[in-house]
Design a protein around this ligand. Structure first.
Ligand code: WTA
Length: 704
């Protein structure tokens, strides 16, 4: 940090770490229902000793032993290139065998995936393990024979929530092909940039899908994807197009002969073909998942084959309490890490039935999720605080109208307010279900903090302790440990590696070290994992009971409805509009989505375009570059940006204005007068606010 910036952040007058905790009221505990404990996979408190640091890393054998290996490993953990770890070295396995083939002898015609379309009149589609296995084999044959893909090649998958998505992923897994699934709601351009970064040989997409009562022409994104990839120096040679309905196209976008192929056509000659699974080394890359960070370019988190699968299987069993007899429904999108780990790979590795829903939870009314749960007999339910807040807002009394019974519920992706938690517990869970608030990240592959559902008491708003084998620690900026009950917030880190931790950032290993490990590492040459705490990028507190409360990101990432968006990414999109001289993006607290995005724009002096026209162009640019999820709530066109004397835009001042919070000390700015002008423009003539806001917003823009 430069000296001038350090002075600014220290004199900002915002919340001190000690103050944060003072506002935090201790919540009362809830105990897991006895009926749940009676059937839980994990009830032995000795698990914490079994997974204690003194048993590390061998404790994770227990997870790896949940899998079927073609060849057993000889080394549980190789740290010789720390922090690039290798797990279960020497082992070989195939993911699709673990998710499908091995379940066939006992469960051939049990439901593997139940797909519920958004139109309510479309009956649920059941894919048994046999049927899913057949489809995966046939599609793997297309990838192998038509696309000529082999182990280690990359493909980009830009698809909505339909069963063809897990079919595609598992077919890649069968061949050892590395998939990179891009959230279907991301724009074509966003998909294309990711395809270029991974130099994908094939882009797999779909004609359209249902969303909010309408079909979407998803294939219309294709041109932008291919153009964006080309602009980044990579031409994607082949495109495969699935159809939502075999008998018709939901898109009017024409296919280009020789480049684009309808999957239905290619599958015709593959009926009955079986593809031998490719036995992959445990440490072979399995998939990439792009996520936002502090710089403009999304980074491809590379996950491993054996370590990742072992970790998601183990956590699905212990924390999700998945038994093969359960009907499990995670309402996330498979295009995010939650969907990879806890819709597809974890549940299927354990041979359970996983439910997929195509559409919007509140379509056509807020009773929809509970009708689905009732009809399918769902007993494990998994969703985000945003969905919980939304369903509570529009249909607080809906759950009790339906006869479903959950034994277990999960919340993930954002901090949950104790009030929303209690509605989830009493109304959705009908006081019968245990809740786990799971804290983790794209980079971590699986859960990090959560209560153990059959053992620990729950505390609304707190994720809980580190799960078995995960040993969190909170450091202050100077690397001092903040002990339990210290009432101070700091940076949450994990002391030890674990099998689900990403292997590297695709094509940028330095960034992996810089961003996640450099901060508290004292010896960059060390091959001892103890020297490499994993820096998560979240602020957190640990209470006297050892429960962690996650406060939110400490970097330039904004968590909108549980989706990670990089401010720099959004700002670069704004800067593509010709009239824009400067752009600054800030988070704004929102009742339902947690945070939303607001944009501040300073125009070029030469611009004659009316401000509202520029604002529209900026919104469109963000939607085109990233997708509708990043659409700014408001675009403010301002005369100038508040800046430091060294010319840095003070985003924290803008965040303060947008949130009607104290803007802190502005006397060190180069242009302090502009602050009042902007404040009046945004807030009107109301008196100056002095409210202290949420911690992540108060810190926003302070960390470089
Ligand atoms: C936030 C999603 C509070 C956090 C699995 C993290 C949470 C980021 C929780 C990762 C939780 C996730 N409580 N905050 N239970 N879970 N977060 O990569 O800021 O999309 O760093 O992974 O979401 O988001 P990502």
């Amino acid at each position: 940090m430069a000296e001038s910036q350090r002075a600014e952040s220290e004199s900002s007058g915002n919340l001190t770490e000690a103050e944060i905790a003072v506002h935090w009221k201790e919540e009362e505990y809830f105990v897991p229902p006895p009926k749940f404990i009676g059937q839980a996979n994990l009830t032995d408190p000795a698990i914490m000793e079994r997974f204690g640091l003194d048993r590390f890393p061998e404790c994770f054998r227990e997870y790896a032993d949940l899998l079927t290996w073609d060849q057993y490993w000889h080394t549980t953990l190789d740290t010789s290139h720390a922090p690039f770890y290798k797990w279960f070295v020497g082992g070989k396995l195939n993911v699709s065998v673990n998710c499908l083939d091995r379940h066939l002898p006992l469960h051939r015609n049990k439901a593997a995936i139940i797909f519920q379309a958004e139109p309510e009149e479309e009956p649920p589609q059941v894919l048994t393990f046999q049927e899913l296995w057949v489809r995966v084999n046939e599609f793997a044959a297309v990838l192998r024979d038509h696309c000529k893909l082999k182990a280690g090649d990359r493909v980009t998958i830009h698809m909505p929530m339909v069963p063809e998505l897990p079919v595609t992923m598992l077919a890649c897994a069968r061949l050892g092909v590395i998939h990179s699934v891009v959230f279907g709601g991301f724009s074509g351009e966003a998909a294309g940039r990711r395809a270029a970064d991974s130099t994908s040989k094939v882009l797999i997409t779909m004609d359209g899908y249902w969303r909010n009562g309408k079909t979407t022409d998803h294939l219309a994104n294709l041109k932008a994807s291919l153009d964006a990839s080309k602009a980044d120096g990579h031409e994607v040679p082949m495109v495969l197009v699935w159809q939502r309905y075999r008998e018709k196209m939901l898109s009017t976008t024409p296919l280009q002969k020789g480049r684009d192929f309808l999957v239905a056509e290619l599958l015709k000659e593959k009926a009955g073909v079986r593809v031998p699974p490719v036995s992959m080394p445990a440490e072979a890359p399995f998939f990439l998942m792009y996520t936002s960070g502090t710089t403009g370019k999304p980074k491809g988190c590379q996950h491993s084959t054996g370590g990742y699968l072992a970790y998601v299987a183990g956590t699905s069993k212990f924390i999700q309490d998945i038994h093969p007899t359960d009907v499990y429904w995670c309402m996330a999108d498979i295009g995010w890490i939650t969907g990879h780990s806890y819709i597809v790979y974890g549940p299927l590795a354990l041979g359970t039935t996983t439910v997929m829903y195509e559409g919007v939870p509140t379509f056509p009314d807020p009773g929809r999720p509970w009708r689905i749960a009732q009809r399918l007999g769902v007993n494990i339910f998994h969703t985000s605080p945003t969905a919980i807040r939304q369903l509570r807002k529009v249909g607080p009394d809906e759950p009790r109208k339906y006869d479903y019974h959950f034994k277990h519920m999960t919340t993930v992706g954002e901090p949950i307010e104790p009030e929303a938690w209690r509605w989830y517990y009493h109304s959705v869970g009908k006081d019968e279900a245990v809740i786990v608030d799971t804290w983790w990240q794209t980079e971590t592959g699986g859960f990090l903090c959560s209560t153990k559902p059959g053992i620990d008491r729950m505390k609304p708003g707190s994720a809980g302790p580190g799960i078995p084998g995960i040993h969190p620690i909170i450091f202050d900026e100077n690397g001092h440990v903040l002990p339990p009950g210290s009432q101070k917030a700091g940076n949450i880190c994990i002391q030890n590696p674990w099998p689900g931790l990403m292997q590297t950032i695709w094509g940028d290993p330095d960034r992996m070290v810089r961003q996640y490990f450099a901060k508290y590492n004292k010896n960059p040459k060390s091959t001892d994992w103890r020297d490499w705490p994993y820096f998560a990028g979240d602020g957190a507190l640990i209470a006297a009971d050892g429960y962690y409360r996650i406060l939110g990101r400490i970097d330039d990432v904004i968590n909108v409805a549980g989706h990670r968006l990089g401010t720099k990414e959004i700002e670069s999109a704004c800067l593509t509009v010709p009239h824009v001289a400067e752009a600054a993006v800030v988070p704004v607290a929102d009742e339902v989505k947690g945070r939303v995005v607001e944009v501040y724009i300073a125009l070029k002096p030469t611009s004659k375009t009316p401000p509202n026209e520029v604002a529209q162009k900026v919104t469109l640019a963000v939607e085109t570059s990233i997708g509708k999820i990043a659409r700014p709530k408001t675009v403010h066109i301002v005369p100038d940006m508040p800046k430091t004397r060294s010319g840095k835009i003070m985003r924290r001042v803008l965040a303060g204005i947008s949130n009607r919070m104290d803007t802190g000390d502005i006397t060190t700015l180069a242009n302090p007068d502009v602050v009042e002008t902007i404040r009046k423009q945004v807030q009107g003539d109301a008196p100056v606010a002095t409210k202290k806001g949420p911690d992540d917003i108060a810190r926003f823009g302070k960390v470089d």
